[in-house]
Design a protein around this ligand. Structure first.
Ligand SMILES: [Cu+2]
Length: 147
């Protein structure tokens, strides 16, 4: 094989690889569009950290009567978006998360313990700690707005 033929041969191989890459890329792109059309809406991926709302039972909640004890003490969640709430006891004393209307109750939560509840009914949920009357929090649950 002459040097010229060798270069020509190499160019053909490079060209073939480029064509394969371009066609492959279009196929992937086309597949994405097709999936979106079938479902009617683009597929959205929501990280778990956004779906779950975290509330801390703060250090000092058991002894400082000026503290709500929960932080943030008022949260708003939207059904289907972020309607799961996890409370974590970051204090060095036991606490509870107890709904005034009885909708949910964690029971005893030792230091470090977590309690998770998923809201499915819109409304305003006031809650307190069974052990410390001054502790209070509120979860406002909203229906997802129509698209
Ligand atoms: Cu408490």
């Amino acid at each position: 094989m002459t040097e010229a033929n060798s270069i020509l041969s190499n160019l053909k191989v490079i060209g073939a690889i480029a064509v394969i890459a371009i066609v492959g890329g279009l196929a992937v792109y086309g597949g994405t569009i097709l999936a979106q059309n079938i479902q009617g809406t683009p597929v959205r991926s929501v990280p778990e950290s956004i779906k779950i709302v975290h509330v801390s039972i703060v250090p000092g909640a058991a002894t400082n009567t000026n503290l709500a004890g929960y932080s943030p003490d008022v949260i708003t969640v939207v059904i289907g978006v972020n309607n799961t709430v996890t409370w974590t006891n970051n204090d060095s004393y036991p606490h509870t998360v107890t709904a005034v209307n009885g909708a949910f109750a964690s029971g005893n939560m030792n230091p470090g313990a977590s309690y998770t509840y998923t809201f499915s009914t819109p409304g305003v949920y006031n809650y307190t700690c069974s052990y410390h009357y001054w502790m209070h929090g509120e979860v406002i649950v909203k229906q997802a707005t129509a698209a």
